[in-house]
Write a protein that binds this ligand. Structure first.
Ligand SMILES: [Zn+2]
Length: 401
């Protein structure tokens, strides 16, 4: 039975433990203890659960470095649409290879569970091949769906075919966003979710001011783009509310719906999320890259909404290093305790994705998805150190050597 002791063990169920140990058997944690056990001494390291990247799009990894940073969200959207049109085959080797490299990079930076949005399901076999647990959100996007029900039924059949029998790569259906999905399609996806009690879904929500404007009164740059794309329909009537209030009105929201971004959320929106015990997945580096501003992270925490973190895709983030995302979260939310931020990147993400029984903390019975981060000897506040930006070269996985 391999055992490790280290300067710090962070179970993420409470205080960090100083000079503590952890034992693993058959890929599960069997004990986490105060006392330093026999076995390998890792010295000045912090042992902690692998991080959870609760929102990314691995299939967009081939766009890395190709979509410029912008001040206008619609510019970013237009560039992505144009770039994706140049790669019509989802199994294009460039797409597949880039996603495979990105999965390797996520693992090398200490990520052990992902929430992966996919329009093509091309990432399912890649995640399985890499043994990276995942909740894949098979994303549907259609503003003028003629038959939302058959579209959803067809997607469900593909989702089930792509899911892994051992439950480590799960596939659910997810709507893209309130400005790109018809009310009928939201309703059909909600019906599908209700029929699959163990699953969770996600929706991009409150990301840009353009979204807020469009949902409020049906105008602005998003309306122009829908018309340009030839998908605008007069059957759609502006809800006249915030995007969160709109999804509440159509009965879409509950705790199994991850609200991704929330940059534009106000106090009433946050109240709606908190009363439903929902989770916001914040992607602070992406938000600033696509020109929608910084997320009000301190307000999320102050309003006691669950917060998970994600990198979003390599079309809007420089890398998939969750420690870099944590460092940006720390910069934007200096008053939030480091432990709270670390919880967002571990147990909160695992819980939001429905994987809390196996991942997110170091507790007996959970799977041994454990990383060890080198910590300089003069560090006294290990939690603060871990949200200050960690280089991949300082991260290793336990139980793999
Ligand atoms: Zn996204």
């Amino acid at each position: 039975m391999p055992s490790y002791s280290a300067e710090w063990v962070l179970p993420m169920t409470g205080e960090p433990m100083h000079r503590a140990s952890i034992s693993i058997e058959n890929a599960r944690i069997v004990a986490v203890g105060d006392a330093v056990a026999d076995g390998r001494d890792l010295g000045h390291t912090a042992v902690m659960p692998a991080l959870v990247n609760a929102h990314t799009h691995l299939e967009l990894s081939y766009l890395r470095g190709r979509i410029p940073r912008t001040q206008k969200f619609l510019d970013w959207i237009r560039t992505v649409i144009a770039a994706r049109r140049r790669y019509p085959d989802p199994a294009d080797p460039e797409i597949v290879n880039a996603a495979r490299v990105a999965i390797g990079e996520a693992h090398a930076t200490g990520t052990g569970l992902v929430g992966d949005v996919s329009n093509t399901l091309v990432t399912a076999p890649l995640l399985r091949e890499a043994s990276l647990p995942a909740q894949i959100f098979y994303e549907l996007l259609c503003f003028n769906a003629a038959d939302a029900e058959s579209m959803t039924n067809d997607a469900r059949a593909k989702a089930d075919a792509a899911a892994e029998p051992d439950d480590n790569v799960r596939v659910s259906l997810a709507p893209h966003a309130p400005y790109s999905v018809s009310p009928a399609l939201f309703a059909a996806i909600r019906t599908d979710l209700d029929a699959h009690s163990g699953q969770v879904t996600s929706v991009h929500l409150g990301e840009s001011p353009e979204e807020t404007e469009f949902i409020r009164d049906g105008s602005g740059p998003w309306r122009v783009l829908l018309e340009e794309l030839g998908v605008w329909t007069d059957a759609w009537h502006p809800p006249g509310t915030s995007p969160v209030a709109y999804l509440e009105q159509i009965g879409f929201l509950d705790r199994r719906v991850l609200a991704v971004h929330g940059v534009q959320f106000d106090g009433d929106d946050l109240d709606r999320l908190r009363t439903r015990d929902m989770t916001i997945v914040s992607c602070p580096r992406s938000n600033q890259y696509v020109g929608v501003g910084a997320p009000p992270l301190e307000a999320f925490y102050a309003m006691k909404v669950n917060v998970a973190l994600g990198t979003d895709s390599l079309a809007s983030a420089p890398d998939l290093n969750m420690f870099a995302e944590l460092a940006e979260a720390r910069r934007l939310a200096p008053r939030v305790p480091a432990r709270t931020l670390l919880e967002s990147a571990t147990r909160r993400g695992a819980a939001a994705l429905g994987f809390e029984d196996d991942y997110g903390t170091l507790e007996a019975g959970k799977r041994a998805q454990i990383i060890a981060v080198a910590v300089p000897p003069d560090v006294s506040d290990v939690e603060e150190y871990l949200v200050s930006g960690i280089e991949p070269s300082d991260i290793r996985w336990l139980g793999t050597d």
